[in-house]
Design a protein around this ligand. Structure first.
Ligand SMILES: [Zn+2]
Ligand SMILES: [Zn+2]
Length: 314
């Protein structure tokens, strides 16, 4: 009987993804830094891309440190995914608490949840404006979103809902490479990546007291990721499956070569960047089973790596 229960617990953990760094899959802290501050967690809210895959929600990641969540990108469903992570025990991901985001680039799959992040937590009582960091063009996008929901804001504020006057506002910070944000928990540094014809696409470094976490954003292979990681604790990197049928078409082949990273290219990047843990995310599966991609990755990289699942904690 006891043995059965243990297996159930193990299965439960596996279903939520690998956990490292002293955290259980439910998000409960099992260790802390020397000064008693809870250790940093990476919560992958959505591993998806533009495909309407019900198992993979829009790309969004949270770095959770000392009770605060710092979001990276806001793909479709970001607030509900955060609520699911809160249910798993990560209180910092409560909808009302979400108020800071770092956008990698303005592709729609990474920003369709932006209006959700602006308005849903406000309706649920958030009073602080959103602090949004990202490439040039983010101000323009934000202004259009604010305009599109003008009537909603008017009704919620003037009607019986009596919504507050501040929580739907956004302070937009259009960034350059370098340190873009610093507080008592984290220093965030942006670095440029290569994403086809996008003029600006960024990866981010999150340095906390106990961990250095690097996210590639969407990118073709670039030395910038190698430099940024340089032995980091966690490298989250995008990857696509080059076995997909689309790749037989020369224009799609060129698209993937200039916008994204194959397993062979990622293996090379990881060998040079030597992260303690490589996390594959934004996996473009090209309608093939995930195992096809993972088999290629196994051949290309013998270091410590895992393929992220939605709501996985790393
Ligand atoms: Zn993308
Ligand atoms: Zn993209």
């Amino acid at each position: 009987m006891i043995r059965n229960i243990s297996w159930l617990v193990i299965l439960g953990v596996c279903s939520l993804g690998l956990t490292v760094g002293g955290f259980t899959a439910s998000g409960q802290t099992t260790n802390a830094t020397a000064d008693g501050i809870a250790a940093t967690r990476v919560v992958v809210l959505g591993t998806g891309n533009p495909s309407a895959d019900p198992e993979r929600w829009g790309p969004a990641v949270a770095v959770v440190v000392n009770g605060r969540a710092y979001l990276i990108d806001c793909g479709p469903g970001v607030v509900r995914r955060a609520a699911a992570a809160e249910k798993n025990g990560i209180a910092a991901l409560k909808a009302k608490e979400l108020n800071i985001v770092f956008i990698t680039h303005l592709h729609s799959d990474h920003t369709l949840g932006y209006p959700d992040l602006i308005f849903s937590p406000w309706v649920l009582g958030r009073k602080e404006p959103v602090e949004a960091y990202g490439p040039h063009g983010l101000k323009n996008m934000t202004a259009h979103i604010e305009k599109a929901w003008t009537e909603d804001v008017r009704v919620r504020r003037r009607g019986l809902e009596q919504a507050n006057a501040t929580g739907y506002k956004v302070n937009v910070h259009e960034i350059e490479p370098g340190v873009v944000y610093h507080d008592e928990n984290v220093t965030v540094t942006a670095f440029p990546v290569k994403h086809g014809i996008w003029k600006e696409a960024y990866g981010y470094i999150f340095q906390t007291r106990d961990r250095k976490i690097v996210l590639s954003g969407d990118t073709a292979p670039t030395d910038e990721v190698v430099k940024a990681c340089d032995g980091c604790d966690v490298l989250l990197h995008e990857v696509f499956n080059p076995h997909g049928d689309e790749l037989k078409d020369p224009h799609w082949k060129e698209y993937f070569a200039t916008f994204h990273t194959s397993p062979a290219e990622l293996g090379e990047i990881a060998r040079r960047a030597h992260p303690k843990l490589l996390v594959l995310y934004h996996q473009v599966l090209e309608k093939l089973p995930e195992s096809d991609l993972l088999e290629q990755m196994k051949k290309e990289y013998s270091g410590n790596w895992v393929s992220a699942k939605d709501l996985g904690v790393y």
